[in-house]
Design a protein around this ligand. Structure first.
Ligand code: CP
Length: 330
């Protein structure tokens, strides 16, 4: 894909070369993310960071990524602080805010809304999550994390990956984007573990099969995580249900803890989760007793979000090759 000036709305825009390009630039961002070097490559540029749903990681890491490249961040958080609450359309909002910004990141509760916004924007727009549809930057940072974790184990190839996805696969946009991304690789085994009512959408399962992947579906976690490289857990997406009571029917169905891990998983299985994990004891899809497990990658995964989002900004704003020239050591 042509990165320069492009919207990033879906993971389907990327091919394998694009992924490698993002990962190569992300690798080069490490000294900047660690504050060992400072770059001003985006000095004077402004990010419009618009989040109409709650977020900790995506909002803050996109903002940090832009700051670390030398740019400024202007935030809108929640409909109530936006003129959308007064009836302004996405079209008008996009026309106006794209006059104030060089790039916009947007999260919105309605599937397709970020693409609608982007169509009216005069600057590149990145999808920070649109309803239950997609979360492309999360899929990129997830795959970047998988690659790094496997490299740490001495494995270099994403082809042949074995991954289990556990939880709310119907509404979880991170697993939707990750499945689409895995279709670019070869011989992947995808084990989909969810309650029957919260299965991965059939269209995505079909995409995995069309890519030649092995797909197994189950509603039981324990036996299904015994032969995977990655156990990727997700929370029940309460905000997509008709009521919290309906979400309660499924919360706590799959609870991975150290005892289950020791008993069922291979010794090197990497545990991932896009976060937030639900820390209420009755829900608790990843128990705190996993916190000392060296294969728990959830915080490395969140850290990698800054690197990948720096790479996306650098590529989209066409400064990837100038980052080091505009830099100094700390
Ligand atoms: N993974 C993720 O999207 O987290 P936030 O909701 O905190 O942004």
């Amino acid at each position: 894909m042509k990165f320069s000036g492009s919207h990033i709305l879906s993971i389907s825009q990327f091919d394998r070369n694009d992924i490698e390009r993002v990962f190569e630039v992300a690798d080069r961002m490490v000294p900047y993310a660690h504050r060992e070097r400072v770059t001003k490559v985006l000095d004077g540029a402004i990010l419009g960071n618009m989040f109409f749903e709650p977020s900790t990681r995506t909002r803050v890491s996109f903002g940090c990524a832009f700051n670390l490249l030398g740019g400024e961040v202007r935030e809108t958080t929640g409909f109530e602080t936006s003129a959308i609450a007064k009836g302004e359309s996405l079209y008008d909002t996009a026309r106006v805010l794209s006059g104030y910004s060089d790039v916009i990141v947007m999260r919105h509760p309605v599937s397709g809304s970020v693409a609608e916004f982007a169509a009216a924007s005069r600057v590149p727009v990145m999808n920070g999550g649109d309803g239950s549809n997609e979360h492309p930057s999360q899929a990129l940072l997830d795959l970047y994390t998988i690659r790094k974790e496997l490299q740490h184990q001495g494995r270099s190839d994403l082809d042949g990956l074995r991954i289990a996805m556990i939880g709310d696969l119907k509404y979880g946009r991170t697993v939707h984007s990750l499945c689409k991304l895995l279709c670019l690789y070869k011989n992947v085994t995808v084990v989909l573990i969810s309650p029957n009512e919260l299965k991965m959408p059939e269209a995505i399962v079909e995409q995995l099969r069309q890519a030649g992947h092995t797909v197994q579906e189950s509603d039981v976690m324990e036996g299904s995580i015994s032969k995977v490289d990655i156990a990727y857990s997700t929370r029940i997406q309460e905000e997509r249900f008709a009521s919290p009571a309906e979400a309660d029917l499924y919360r706590g169905r799959y609870r991975l803890n150290q005892s289950i891990y020791t008993r069922y998983c291979e010794p090197n299985t990497v545990i991932m989760h896009p976060l937030p994990r639900d820390s209420r004891t009755e829900a608790n899809e990843l128990d705190n007793d996993l916190n000392d497990n060296p294969n728990l990658a959830i915080f490395r995964q969140a850290d990698n979000g800054v690197l990948v989002r720096m790479a996306l900004f650098a590529l989209t704003l066409d400064v990837a090759d100038q980052v080091d020239k505009a830099a100094r050591d700390v």
